[in-house]
Design a protein around this ligand. Sequence first.
Ligand SMILES: Cc1cc2nc3c(=O)[nH]c(=O)nc-3n(C[C@H](O)[C@H](O)[C@H](O)COP(=O)(O)OP(=O)(O)OC[C@H]3O[C@@H](n4cnc5c(N)ncnc54)[C@H](O)[C@@H]3O)c2cc1C
Length: 379
Amino acid sequence: MPTRVFDIAIIGGGVIGLTLARELGARGAKVAVIDAGDAVPQATPAAAGMLAPSFENCEEFGGPSEALYRLGSRSLELWKSYAAALEEETGIFIDYRNDGALGLSYRDAQTQDLAEQAVRVKKLGGAAEMISGAEARALEPALSKEVAAALYAPEDAQVDPRRVMAALTVSLNALDVEMVRTRVLSLGEGDAARQFASADGDVFAAEKIVVAAGAVSGLTPRGLVYPVKGEATAVAAEVVLTRVVRAPGAYLCPKAEGRLVIGATEELGPLIDHHSVSDAAIAGLRANAGRAVPALETAKELERWTGLRPGTPDGAPIMGRDKEGRFLALGHYRNGVLHAPAAAEAMAALILGETPPFDLAPFDPRRFGPGRFSPGQGG
Ligand SMILES: Cc1cc2nc3c(=O)[nH]c(=O)nc-3n(C[C@H](O)[C@H](O)[C@H](O)COP(=O)(O)OP(=O)(O)OC[C@H]3O[C@@H](n4cnc5c(N)ncnc54)[C@H](O)[C@@H]3O)c2cc1C
């Protein structure tokens, strides 16, 4: 017999699980979030919080790049009211800024790549323009003279993901969403597909189960959602930049209280140590940041950290159902913070039996072929 029975159980309390819980809770559903806390490495607190569809497409994966771009731009639009509503409701400042982003180039080949990206973004209806190095320095006087050109994406934005998580937690509390702190070890199959077992020895049951458990849950098939390690640092930088700068080899995100986030490495493979932050990785990021903004060379380090992005084989997220009828909200890779409001809106509709506001077919788990979604194979 199950220890507890829920209406809707969301396994995973990162930005994807919590925004979905808020959407469902606000619509009157009875929701519980089951989260392992520090027992499983998370992506969300490690994220820089860029809301930047203009710099992301998955053409390098041969995947559904247009659908991915449209998901990102839809969510960027939603973030404007989402951020204001979340702050108003909770009284927690989430440091939403929509003053755009600059992608820098130092040489012709990089300028060419950015110019091609600007054409792609404009073709998809987004705002992006190439500007000269001098124009970029007029926007951000701290930029190096070495900057030759830049892609200016005036509508890209950012938030502080840790503040967003704090606000979501307060919001869920007010919505009576139950938070259960435990690690889910296995999901049931067949007749027991509405059950799952925890590391504390409990067996839970739910009418609807959502797996939103990030990169290393042990609940998804190996290779479909896999960890891509990212290391990052924050330095003290009083008024050096006003907007996000994406330089070759490092991005720079100015945050509240004189904090500037510099990220991030990307590493994957079976031998990667998921927990450590290496001096070499941080030194590399600092060097690349210092090349773009020389005043940062001597900035004092405040913090360094690592996180695991939930990658997928084609770089696009997984939103749909598995063969047991469970809902999957996984694999948002480099853009989970950006995608969260749109993903929550679409997944809530799917869970409540409504037509999602946009086509989820490009994100359906079945695109990876039959027989890939059985539980308990690690991952
Ligand atoms: C360095 C870095 C920088 C990034 N920068 C950006 C950015 O600028 N913009 C952007 O949009 N995205 C960014 N990302 C990506 C973004 O962080 C992720 O896409 C997003 O956070 C994924 O959210 P999630 O909820 O799916 O996963 P997570 O945040 O990992 O949450 C999953 C949750 O599930 C829990 N869990 C896992 N397994 C179990 C289990 N078995 N039982 C119970 N609970 C479980 C975990 O404890 C965790 O709380 C970045 C990521 C990294 C690492």
